[in-house]
Design a protein around this ligand. Sequence first.
Ligand code: ITT
Length: 197
Amino acid sequence: RRIVLATHNPHKVEEFQAIVAATRPDIEVIGYDGPEPVEDGVTFAENALIKARAAALHTGLPALADDSGICVDVLGGAPGVFSAYWAGHAKDAVANRDLLLDQLSDVADPHRAAQFVSTIALVVPGGDEQVVEGRWPGRLATAAAGSGGFGYDPVFIPTEQPTAVERTVGEWTSDEKNAASHRARAFVALVPLLAAL
Ligand code: ITT
């Protein structure tokens, strides 16, 4: 069974392949290099559907798309859907997270609460559309730490930690992240829907 993952972010492909292999090794997740639609939705769900529909139409395969980001409580949920471009038009992960740390420079614990959100759309050609979501609670670090993962991982400290020493996701192993992340949580909700494929 093959599913196309409608993303141009290679980190998401790697993470999905690991997450899917742990639960549904019979499903092969393949990347997508077709046309990239304009993501002009105002919610994660709208953007995930835009991406999954385009890939399903282009490939004729069931398509998954993840739209995700970090939502910071004191910023009213921002960056949210603007996470990839928070510091400008270029997708510059270091600039994005430095800006976010700057914006929270006067905010002390316990007011640095944030969560990663992953919204996954599943679109079957000529058929069903489904959307699921996973949330991963934590808080923003005061400085970046670690080089694992991607995006905001070095500045995000999940509330639940796999070890006694508190670390940012940038300091977690990929196995630790893929067992706990917002993406893994969204996938748990997706598993029953994949049974019908
Ligand atoms: P596609 O649209 O092609 O899938 P993208 O990276 O642009 O790739 P999004 O539009 O969903 O994806 O933007 C999500 C951004 O949110 C991403 O670029 C990161 O900055 C951040 N983000 C999402 N998941 C993350 C994670 O697991 N770790 C760190 N940052 C993450």
